[in-house]
Write a protein that binds this ligand. Sequence first.
Ligand code: GLN
Length: 250
Amino acid sequence: MKEVKILYLYPDMLELYGDYGNIQVLKYRMEKRGIACVVDSYSIGDAKPDFSSYDIVFAGGGADNEQSILAEDLLQYKEEMKVAVQKGVFFLLICGAYQLFGKYYKGVEGNVIPGLEVFPYYTEAIGDRKKRCIGNIVLEVALKKEQPTKVIGFENHGGQTFGSVSPFGKVLFGNGNSFGDKQEGFFMGNVIATYLHGPLLSKNPEVADYIIEYCLERKYGETIALQALDDRFEQKCREQMLQRLLKSKK
Ligand code: GLN
């Protein structure tokens, strides 16, 4: 039986927006196909994990305060994270975690939280707690260069991210990396770093399957064609959301 191993970072501190749902969706979509999914977690005080031994490293969103508390702990793994990215481990990073893998995150109080500098972007919050990018968001994303797909989510961030040289998607509705930006997130073949909560994968089964296929092909060295699942409910919800959000744009 094929197996995918997930490392879930700081579940006790980066779970303000329910991003754990992404792990539940991945686990569900793998187990439905007879693929084992093992989930380990790591937080402050735990033994140092072997990041490169995992197929997926996942971290979610959180408040500025929690980000500043865990940043010190996270920074000790800067080199290991860079190696894991280079080796092709898949990184799924949502909002607060997305910010911390960049150069730095300057919070709403003006405090600068040093980032891992794994990716070239940086983030600065506007010094006004009321000025946050909050609401539904729709992107156009080209996961495998073929036909682009629409990705739906919910954003809630004060941080404005700049310098994302390789965005996850083009903004069709909502803000994106900063107010009124036309681009959102950061994407490489094995990295999706995005502001999209939702949880992201519950609204976008195609993105979940992209991650599963990537991990299996990398680990087992064979082309994977995942058996289709019954996504009628997900597709119905997507149609409703796209109708509501994109029609209102016209
Ligand atoms: N605290 C960060 C911000 O406000 C990240 C928020 C989040 O993870 N949703 O931008």
